[in-house]
Design a protein around this ligand. Structure first.
Ligand code: SAM
Length: 209
């Protein structure tokens, strides 16, 4: 298997474009725009990534995770998850404590559907989440799946928590996001041309329950 998984993205993307959304992994420019804002004195954060893929965004997120934080990544394609573990040099377990550089941080990767996030979090004894970072392609995903994912996001995020997701800029905005996330406000939008396809990174904050 290629170390960075370029070939697998093309193959899996062509095979199932409605789930994968593209034929190349997310660029580092988009990944950097999606990282959670965690400051040194903050209480422990819970950060979830939906649609880990081969780990291009994961790699950036975990640079910002401290030993006291929790990171759980969820991916529905087992082949991608395998490449992700290889890319991040993680052993082949769903839960690992990884010594990344000189930092002993917890990186947990789960094979599963983002719709089942509540069930997955229960397994890890997590009830509330500070940040959800998501590159699942909502515009091409079946509407029912998008709705289920967004309902879960709404439930598990803390008030004040952030949902950071992408929109391919050539795709029209979907009303289902503001309709379901009606207790959220948009706090940031950033267009990144250096991605295939060009992408907008949108950050929404949950205002209330
Ligand atoms: C656009 S790709 C980006 C992946 C990742 N950021 C990368 O660059 O490798 C979207 C990812 O979402 C995953 N995905 C799609 N639907 C999903 C779902 N319902 N639950 C979990 N992952 C899903 C796909 O398998 C794919 O890996």
């Amino acid at each position: 298997m290629p170390k960075n998984g370029k070939g697998i993205f093309l193959k899996e993307g062509l095979n199932d474009i409605r789930s994968v959304g593209t034929i190349v992994s997310t660029s580092k420019f988009v990944a950097r725009a999606m990282v959670p804002k965690i400051h040194a004195g903050d209480p422990p954060h819970v950060v979830i990534e939906l649609g880990v893929g081969t780990g291009s965004v994961t790699e950036e997120i975990i640079k910002h995770i401290r030993p006291q934080d929790t990171f759980i990544g969820i991916e529905s394609n087992e082949k991608f998850l395998e490449v992700c573990k290889a890319n991040l040099c993680l052993p082949d377990h769903s839960v690992v404590r990884a010594g990344i550089g000189d930092r002993n941080i917890s990186v947990r990767l789960e094979y599963g559907l983002a719709q089942n996030i509540e069930h997955i979090l229960k397994k890890h004894h997590v009830r509330e989440v500070d940040d959800i970072i998501c590159t699942i392609p909502f515009r091409v995903l079946p509407k029912k799946e998008t709705k289920e994912i967004l309902e879960s996001v709404k439930k598990i995020l803390k008030p004040g928590g952030h949902f950071i997701f992408i929109r391919y800029i050539l795709a029209p905005e979907t009303k289902v996001i503001p309709d379901i996330l009606d207790t959220f406000k948009v706090v940031r939008k950033k267009i990144i041309m250096r991605n295939i396809p060009p992408t907008e990174v949108i950050t929404m904050e949950k205002v209330s329950d």
